[in-house]
Design a protein around this ligand. Structure first.
Ligand code: SAM
Ligand code: SF4
Length: 329
């Protein structure tokens, strides 16, 4: 799949549920109304979506959510995709998780062929962690991370940088990740979904964070590229990498190779634009995948050039109305 700007689309991020056992302040409102079941794709439909994209040249698949591991029977999907890894039609299968269910699933994920996972962790302080996630328990997540390590999964930690909330913890996170062999990725808050407070209050530009870290750590620009949008630096003191995901202050659209599908089967061509295509209709209208594949191909031909994010102080509406937990991170 080549889009109108010559970018080869080889990476799909698939959200398998909008539900979550946490309520992180930057991601969800305190009281969320989740989607009625009938609107969410069944596991069989999710599998058909994956097979269609793999058939069209997607080599890397990231499963996300909401919290993917709270979806009932989700291991059925991982097992099916594991078979595509085995037959070589899929190269990489990963997931982004809050870690709450990892202690239970890490071994099975590894057995399915998952080699690397991203775990979100915004604080190492139990009280602060609970305040940020509104209902998460730090120790459960730490136990999950330990289980992932023991299962042989490479772990990357994702931390959303939040002004006045966790911006005094980055040194500790760097040291903690370094001592465990994890890479760390700092993420700027993105204006997605109405969360009931002004996000500009929490927005922390990572340019300044990097400059501050460089006073204490030796950061060497790295040629490493994940398939995602992060820019990486090697940390000489720990031997691990730190990534900066700066969707607002650094434009990464030119090298974008990915698209997203929500748990309701909406294909989004760009995280920061509303351009989309409904895949649920062709999925449910026919047992054949031909209409589904045609809809995907037609949509890729409309992938926009770049996003339109801005976090403006006092902005009353988010730039994109849908929640991150709906589209998947
Ligand atoms: N529940 C899983 C988790 O937290 O890792 C997967 C889904 S979550 C939506 C994926 C990632 O998006 C997480 O790392 C989360 O911190 C990040 N995220 C959610 N809302 C965000 C926002 N408004 N700005 C930036 N990152 C956000
Ligand atoms: Fe749940 Fe992940 Fe959103 Fe936090 S960031 S509320 S863990 S989906």
């Amino acid at each position: 799949m080549i889009d109108p700007y010559g970018r080869s689309i080889t990476y799909l991020r698939l959200s398998v549920t909008d539900r979550c056992d946490f309520r992180c302040g930057y991601c969800m409102a305190e009281t969320m109304t989740f989607l009625p079941k009938a609107e969410v794709l069944t596991l069989e439909e999710l599998e058909r979506v994956c097979h269609a994209f793999i058939g069209l040249g997607v080599a890397k698949l990231r499963i996300t959510g909401g919290e993917p591991l709270v979806r009932r029977d989700i291991m059925l999907l991982f097992r099916a995709l594991g078979r595509r890894l085995k037959d070589g039609t899929l190269q990489t299968l990963t997931l982004t998780t809050n870690g709450s269910q990892l202690a239970r699933y890490a071994g099975e994920l590894a057995a399915c062929g998952v080699r690397r996972i991203n775990v979100s962790l915004d604080s190492l302080d139990p009280q602060r962690f609970e305040a940020i996630t509104r209902r998460g328990h730090l120790q459960t997540v730490l136990d999950g991370i330990t289980a992932a390590r023991e299962a042989g999964l490479a772990v990357k930690i994702n931390t959303v940088a939040l002004k006045g909330i966790n911006d005094d913890e980055f040194d500790e996170l760097i040291a903690w990740c370094g001592s465990r062999g994890f890479d760390l990725c700092l993420i700027e808050t993105m204006p997605m979904g109405a969360i009931g407070h002004d996000r500009a209050d929490r927005y922390l530009p990572l340019k300044g964070v990097q400059a501050d870290l460089e006073r204490r750590w030796t950061l060497i620009p790295s040629l490493h590229r994940s398939d995602g949008p992060a820019r990486y630096m090697e940390i000489a003191e720990t031997g691990r990498r730190i990534g900066f995901i700066t969707p607002l202050s650094h434009n990464f659209c030119a090298s974008c190779n990915r698209v997203r599908v929500t748990c309701t089967g909406t294909l989004y061509l760009c995280l920061g634009q509303e351009d989309s295509a409904d895949l649920r209709m062709p999925l449910r209208a026919s047992r054949s995948d031909i209409p589904l594949v045609a809809t995907i191909e037609d949509a890729i031909a409309r992938k926009p050039k770049g996003h339109a994010f801005a976090v403006e102080r006092g902005a009353t509406r988010p730039a994109v109305a849908r929640f991150m937990s709906h589209t998947g991170g």
